[in-house]
Design a protein around this ligand. Structure first.
Ligand code: HEM
Length: 398
């Protein structure tokens, strides 16, 4: 059999800001295809629902990302290095040792207890947005500060360090920064966190995540700092981008927005469908794994040593649900892959869900006529980040 042609991974120029990069869906074809990443690494892209679940849960694929395909065109690898405390690149027992104790902090019960406080933070930010008047930018007024404050509170870090978290994760998730710039910011944040760790040690508290890690686990100091930085970054970049993208998706689908407005108490199911559809539509390929031995996926043999990435387009696969390419907020929740799958499935999924449900319900009940102040197609988007999102969402509501 002849080797299939390897095309460059399409990653620029979305024809619609809520759609996949131009040519991406066509390039996926009917099965795993090999693509070339901007950093010169070739990787298979798997895009079927069953194939993605297999890659993310089969222990013959390692999560170690050293030398992985990357969207960065310049600079050196920042994400996914095998550092102590970077659980996202670990396999097996090494991964479980870090993940298991943290899972306690993200249990539904614990997060449900946090809901009133999340609501309070959300209300304060919408109060302030209203006070400042129209038009307002939803991104700077709400999308960015809310998740960042919530994760800082869950970790037990004072809100005045918020700008430093945002700067560190900009370096961590930025496509064009360098390893040196990221390390400088991470060192600054490390100093702040080291002080917090000392305070928690002295108090013996296990009420927040850093307290729990310091006083109730065997984590080493360097692991603990990396875990805290990773959680801060993961906890605010993704949720803030997705709240913005969900709002824009609803603006673009007024019949579906009407479903949310009719019954905002269904925000839990609605958030699941928005995750499935929005993430699926954005397409693209992420979540890299490396084959440890030859493995067959969707009829293709992936050789030991080959890189594989999974496409979020799998959320639109008819194997998952009928009419998967349509947004249907009356659909019952289906097991989408928005939070990944398998041992590395998003640790913060329940927190993200709680925040997104509260944010959406509050926005559209408090400002029932909220709408974009300029067409969505004319808004600016952050193409310079690995995590995609709107740079600003100007809105009016009266
Ligand atoms: C809408 C918001 C979010 C989305 C779409 C999302 C998505 C994901 C995905 C797809 C993965 C799997 C990565 C892989 O398999 O390599 C993941 C992992 C992870 N996420 Fe999230 N995430 C979100 C919010 C959060 C929040 C709020 C936190 C924490 C506060 C968080 C913490 C993590 C961590 C620690 C991991 C690594 C887990 C591991 O390797 O075992 N995420 N996330």
């Amino acid at each position: 059999m002849t080797e299939a042609a390897v095309c460059p991974v399409p990653h620029e120029n979305r024809t619609h800001p809520l759609g996949a990069p131009a040519g991406f869906e066509e390039a996926l074809g009917n099965g795993p295809v090999k693509m070339l990443w901007p950093n010169g690494v070739e990787a298979w892209v798997v895009s079927s629902y069953a194939g993605v679940r297999q890659v993310l849960s089969d222990s013959r694929f390692s999560a170690n990302k050293e030398g992985a395909p990357e969207m960065r065109t310049e600079g050196e690898q920042v994400l996914g290095l095998p550092e102590p405390g970077n659980m996202n690149v670990m396999d097996g027992d090494e991964h479980l040792r870090l993940r298991r104790p943290l899972s306690r902090a993200f249990m539904v019960k614990r997060l449900n207890e946090m809901r009133p406080r999340i609501q309070e933070i959300v209300d304060q930010h919408f109060d302030e947005m209203e006070r400042r008047g129209e038009p307002a930018d939803l991104v700077s007024s709400v999308c960015l500060p809310v998740p960042s404050l919530v994760i800082a509170e869950l970790l037990g870090v004072a809100p005045e360090h918020q700008e430093l978290f945002q700067a560190t994760s900009r370096e961590m998730f930025g496509k064009n920064g360098s390893r040196a710039e990221y390390e400088a910011k991470a060192a600054e944040l490390g100093e702040v966190l080291a002080k917090v760790v000392e305070e928690k040690k002295a108090s013996g508290s296990t009420d927040d995540l850093i307290g729990l890690m310091v006083n109730d686990t065997d984590f080493e100091m360097d692991e603990l700092l990396m875990l805290a930085i990773g959680l801060l970054a993961a906890g605010h970049e993704t949720t803030s981008n997705f709240f913005g993208l969900f709002t824009l998706t609803l603006f673009e689908n007024p019949d579906q927005l009407a479903v949310l407005k009719r019954d905002p108490s269904r925000a839990d199911v609605i958030v699941e469908e928005l995750l499935r559809y929005t993430i699926g539509k954005l397409g693209g390929a992420g979540l890299a794994r490396r084959a440890l031995e030859d493995v067959e996926v969707d009829g293709v043999t992936i050789r030991a040593g080959d890189w594989v990435t999974v496409s979020s387009h799998a959320n639109l696969d008819e194997q998952l649900c009928p009419h998967a390419g349509e947004l249907d907020l009356e659909r019952r929740a289906v097991p989408h892959l928005g939070f990944g799958f398998g041992p590395h499935q998003c640790l913060g999924a329940n927190l993200a869900r709680a925040e997104l449900q509260i944010l959406l319900r509050t926005l559209f009940t408090r400002f029932p006529d909220v709408r974009p102040a300029i067409p969505v197609a004319e808004m600016a988007f952050r193409e310079d980040m690995i995590t995609y999102g709107a740079a600003a969402i100007p809105v009016v509501w009266s």
